[in-house]
Ligand binder design. Sequence first.
Ligand SMILES: [Zn+2]
Length: 245
Amino acid sequence: MKIDDLSDYLNQLLQAERFNDYCPNGLQVGGKREINKIVTGVTASMDLLQAALQANADAVLVHHGYFWRNEALPITGIKKRRLQFLLQHEINLFAFHLPLDAHPELGNNVMLAKQLGLSVTGWVEMLAMIELDSPQSLKSFATVIEEKLKRKPLVIGDLTKPIKHIALCTGAAQGYIEQAAAANVDVYISGEISEQTVHVARESGMAYIAAGHHATERYGIQALGEHLAQKFGLQHEFIDCDNPV
Ligand SMILES: [Zn+2]
């Protein structure tokens, strides 16, 4: 398919214009006009770009792209090498940040819940709300997360405590912890953790699980790639460049 058609479709699907984001959403770096194969990944790191070239990708779709608010504008160093690589090989780069977190069917939050065998029952702003059919201990819930994400989460809270109501927001959303506590959930799950997150969790009596920024944001972009493959007959490959954070 033509790059312009893919770009229009993605912007419409993810309603990119609705979001006031920290980066431009959509086509960030232009390349080939004709798209047969897409590669998806969490972050447009050099590792991912090189793997995408090996995989003969015409376009790379990521959650974390480039041109973040407040970043230095000069095209030097790492930024220069990444852009040069894309331009030299005419690989298109699409990035969708907040629009991909929030999408009700393909988004990171919904897809993380699905990966954990759960379904989202409501939203409080950016937080996905989940209610378990029957309570389980924080310890057994953390074990499920470890099995499903293949990464050991960092758990703050009493492991024997029963869990029934959950709030979830992927990535570096630990700053929403007080919002989660105000929503009266038993546990809040996000990707990263800060020093103060521990104190807020302890003092609110709500458990906190840091399940990994990368680990919690692998699923939205994959779902988007699969959706495009089915809709337009494109080849799609998800490439996971491991990140312990
Ligand atoms: Zn993120």
